[in-house]
Design a protein around this ligand. Structure first.
Ligand code: DC
Length: 679
């Protein structure tokens, strides 16, 4: 297997003595629901410990494009959702890009179905392969109409309905997503909508409805649980705080790591213990796992606890089919535990595993066999022959699947030779902190690229350094965005406007004439790197002269070399300015163009100046910006304009945190598309 092309491979090696305490990041299912249900309430919801994985960001962005104000307050670690109330959504103003997230797609299809407008969904290559029939069927019954690609896959357009019909629907597959899609649709349908669930699935939606005061009736009958939502309830304004409990599915990777490695003792805090999610712990306990449940409590209707886990000698088990819904996401990691257990483990009823983010059934079987574990596959049953001596020494194909990547990295902690997984980028969808936490517990687990970039593991060719070019007009927010990205990627940043400002400052100090090319050129030649930290650079008078000298091609030429050298550093670089994507770094891996309306930019600049104690009226700031824009865009050399292949972002109605989230999601998507093209 080729490990070098555009991927972010990682490796784990034999480790013992894992020890320490980890607070588990927010549960993915509950994070999605907090945002969606928060959007349907009246009043503000403050959401703490939300999982900031890419799937959840997709939900946030989709809701934003339907008119729900959602602000990510990075400093205080809280997401603020201003609810628009039931029936209060607008038609999304663009195709909703759901990335890798099946949950976002299915839940939001339900939410939007009882609205009389068209909503369009797409996603990445893996999501575009996943079946949507399961939501299309019941939502068609309530009156929505769909157009999809072949076999009911994304891209998909949904014509919502202005006369939605309340239905009684029996789930043909055990799917919490389909149940929740219908429950969310039901909010905006007059009358009672009932979902009948023959096999229980995770009940986070029911619990959160109740916790925020939306009434749901549950009635256990012979054919299953009847869940009835009384549509269009009366709503009143209230602000609330929601804390997302830790994800038991994420915790399971750390739990199994502690169980199978020798002399380990690990404490994990804040784990959601909802019985519809803890099948994995029942199974592990049956296998003889030493797991103690501590400090049990309840948070917004969800049981929550801490867990102490010690190394254990595991024994094989036979996991019954009916446990699948409560541990469907955990089979890959349970399969790793089974590979290390004494005896032959049988995992039954794994049909659903074939239509997850990848064909997980095949990925687990192939991966285990590559590590030297004997595995038999019989229909939907997987039979794993445990061993205390697994060879490893394998390269695992993760198929862009986060749980496959994490599972095999955990297995590599006990194999004789290291296990390599071809790509850990997908781990960001659910558990961005995974590798960092594992290393914190003492695990030998590292990415194989030169940089361990856990915030944003970009896939890049080995010989292609990460250079990000950011352009945009004055006060568009490009400087702040660049600094945030530079922090996340841990790469150096150059504000190239500073070079033109430094030229202007030198020219002023030398008593030169801004309109004399000779004077400007002389000033440009004397600029050095220390000038860039001079606080006088930010003064408006300097900015105005910078705008004049920057229209001279000889000046630009002198400053070009410095910028290109900066971009050529081994660590990669971020440069922001006006012509970075078009002239300075036309080969940059990522190009971004940020802009905003002139009024909003003037307001931002005005506020910034006031904060610095500089008294200036808004109208004069606006006038200055208008003339600067004119000079920057109309000049003959290197005029301000977006590169053809730039990501274009209008920040008029966005906070900087939103811009950052959007850019991160877009960069990742672009990278994934690039990988697909290469494949
Ligand atoms: O971004 P800023 O306001 O600090 O930039 C100061 C001036 O320099 C501005 O008028 C545009 C110009 N500039 C440029 O022409 N090319 C760049 N790459 C960066 C800035």
């Amino acid at each position: 297997m080729n490990l070098s092309l555009n991927k972010n491979p990682a490796q784990s090696k034999k480790t013992s003595n894992l020890s320490g305490t980890c607070a588990i990041p927010g549960d993915k299912s509950i994070s999605h629901r907090s945002l969606i249900i928060g959007s349907q309430l009246l009043g503000t919801s403050l959401i703490y410990n939300m999982l900031e994985g890419e799937d959840v960001i997709c939900t946030a962005n989709a809701l934003r494009s339907a008119g729900v104000p959602i602000v990510h307050d990075i400093k205080n670690g809280v997401w603020i959702v201003k609810g628009v109330g039931i029936g209060g959504l607008n038609q999304p103003d663009n195709v909703l890009d759901m990335g890798n997230s099946g949950t976002s797609t299915r839940l939001l299809a339900g939410l939007f179905a009882p609205y009389p407008f068209v909503t369009m969904f797409t996603g990445d290559a893996s999501l575009r392969k996943r079946p949507m029939k399961r939501v299309i069927s019941p939502l068609s019954e309530i009156g929505a109409r769909f157009m999809t690609r072949d076999e009911m896959r994304l891209p998909m357009a949904m014509q919502g309905t202005s006369h939605p019909v309340p239905i009684c629907y029996t789930l043909p597959v055990a799917s919490a997503q389909v149940k929740s899609a219908l429950m969310l649709a039901a909010l905006n349908i007059a009358g009672d909508t009932t979902v009948i669930e023959p096999i229980p699935t995770r009940d986070h939606t029911e619990r959160m409805f109740e916790a925020v005061g939306i009434s749901v009736t549950l009635s256990q009958q012979e054919d299953g649980m009847h869940i009835t939502v009384h549509g269009q309830p009366k709503q009143s304004y209230a602000d609330r705080e929601l804390t997302v409990p830790g994800d038991p599915s994420s915790a399971a990777f750390l739990v199994v790591a502690a169980l199978i490695t020798e002399q380990s003792e690990v404490t994990l805090t804040n784990i959601c213990m909802n019985p519809s999610r803890t099948g994995v712990y029942v199974t592990l306990k049956e296998m003889g796992a030493d797991i103690s449940i501590l400090n049990e409590r309840e948070v917004q209707g969800e049981p929550v606890a801490d867990m102490r886990v010690r190394s254990s000698t595991l024994k094989a088990v036979d996991v019954p089919e009916n446990r699948a819904p409560s541990m469907i996401d955990e089979y890959p990691i349970v399969a790793m535990a089974a590979a290390c257990a004494e005896g032959v483990t049988v995992l039954r009823g794994l049909e659903e595993l074939r239509v997850k983010e990848s064909d997980r059934f095949a990925a687990v079987v192939d991966g285990l066999r590559a590590c030297g574990v004997r595995v038999d596959a019989e229909g939907d049953t997987m039979i794993i022959h445990g061993s205390s001596n697994i060879i490893g020494d394998a390269s695992i194909a993760t198929h862009m699947d986060h749980r496959i990547a994490m599972s095999f990295l955990v297995l590599g902690l006990v194999t004789e030779a290291p296990v390599t997984v071809d790509d850990v980028s997908a781990i960001n969808t659910s558990f961005p902190q995974f590798m960092r936490m594992m290393r914190g517990l003492g695990a030998s687990m590292h990415t194989l690229g030169s940089k361990q970039n856990l915030v944003l593991p970009l896939r890049r060719k080995d010989d292609q350094r990460l250079v990000i070019a950011i352009d945009g007009p004055a006060a568009s927010g490009k400087g702040t965005l660049s600094r945030l990205l530079a922090d996340s990627f841990q790469i150096p940043h150059l504000d190239t406007g500073g070079l033109y400002r430094a030229t202007a400052l030198r020219l002023l100090a030398q008593g030169g004439d801004p309109n004399s090319e000779d004077d400007a050129l002389r000033a440009a030649r004397t600029v050095n790197v220390h000038d860039l930290s001079n606080p006088q650079l930010r003064e408006e008078r300097v900015g105005n002269v910078a705008s004049v000298v920057s229209s001279l091609s000889s000046v630009r030429h002198v400053l070009l070399e410095f910028q290109r050298n900066f971009a050529a550093q081994d660590e990669g670089a971020i440069l922001d300015g006006r012509d970075i994507g078009t002239v300075v770094c036309p080969d940059a891996l990522v190009k971004i163009f940020v802009t905003a309306s002139i009024e909003v930019r003037a307001e931002r600049r005005h506020r910034q100046l006031q904060a610095q104690g500089i008294e200036v009226v808004y109208d004069s700031v606006l006038k200055d910006l208008i003339s600067r824009d004119k000079r920057d865009t109309e000049r003959k050399v290197a005029p301000l304009l977006p590169a053809m292949d730039a990501i274009y972002i209008d920040t008029t109605k966005m906070t900087i945190a939103e811009v950052f989230d959007e850019v991160v999601a877009r960069i990742r998507r672009d990278m994934l598309e690039r990988v697909e093209r290469v494949r």
